[in-house]
Design a protein around this ligand. Structure first.
Ligand SMILES: [Zn+2]
Length: 243
């Protein structure tokens, strides 16, 4: 899809690319069998430290600690929102404090895939792997040196485990203020052909290659259909026209 768009070609009507972020084991156990059955290719963006087992996803850690204390979903979201605005080092210190005395087990659905599972999926020819940093920081909250290190480590680990450097990247959190011009420059320097945000829009030719749009995971079949069919886009245009 990226190569098509970069070449200035129009995508086929209702073309869809499927992506997953982080490297969850459920991508292998739940997603992969269905993708295989339907013959659908997908790209999985790996936070390599998460798959290595050395860097738990910080937002999962906050979830685990707060839920163990009986926090509500609203309280959890409020806390995550607050943490996401902090410089990375401050955020990590806060998370360490929150999780210090948490003995709750990691729920099964939060566990990473193993590298051998990633290799098996890659060998099928159906699944491609992209980068998503090493320790999943919000890159704009990091120093430029930290950003470079996160991108380098991610590339190195994927190259070592999967035999080729990644060419696609997805920004952690993926909002408009979650990456910088430095991030985009570093990614281009590391050979990334394109990077994806979480800013929802259709993929058309002429977009900035290191800030391509992407829709979040639908929470219902209706939402999935409205996204894929373009109904949401028509609604946006209609509202834009009416305003
Ligand atoms: Zn992520």
């Amino acid at each position: 899809m990226v190569r098509h768009v970069n070449a200035g070609k129009t995508l086929p009507h209702n073309a869809v690319a499927i992506t997953f972020d982080d490297g969850l084991g459920s991508n292998y156990h739940l997603g992969y069998p269905i993708l295989k059955e339907l013959g659908l290719p997908a790209t999985i963006f790996l936070a390599t430290g998460f798959v290595d087992g050395t860097h738990p996803l910080w937002f999962q850690e906050v979830d685990r600690a707060l839920r163990a204390r009986g926090a509500s979903t609203a309280e959890l979201f409020a806390k995550l929102g607050q943490l996401k605005r902090l410089p990375d080092a401050e955020m990590r210190a806060e998370v360490a404090k929150l999780t210090a005395d948490c003995a709750a087990a990691h729920p099964e659905v939060t566990l990473p895939m193993r590298w051998d599972q990633a290799r098996e999926m890659k060998a099928s020819g159906l699944i491609e792997f992209g980068g998503h940093t090493h320790s999943h920081p919000i890159l704009a909250r990091c120093t430029v040196e930290q950003q470079a290190e996160e991108i380098r480590q991610c590339c190195d680990r994927i190259t070592a485990e999967l035999g080729a450097a990644p060419t696609l990247f997805a920004y952690p959190n993926g909002g408009p203020t979650d990456f910088t011009a430095d991030t985009q420059r570093l990614l281009a320097e590391h050979g990334f052909e394109a990077s994806f945000t979480m800013m929802p829009a259709r993929l058309v030719s002429g977009l900035t290659t290191q800030a391509l749009p992407r829709y979040g995971n639908p929470t219902s079949m209706l939402e999935a259909e409205a996204t894929v069919s373009g109904a949401f886009e028509l609604l946006k245009q209609w509202r834009g026209g009416a305003a």
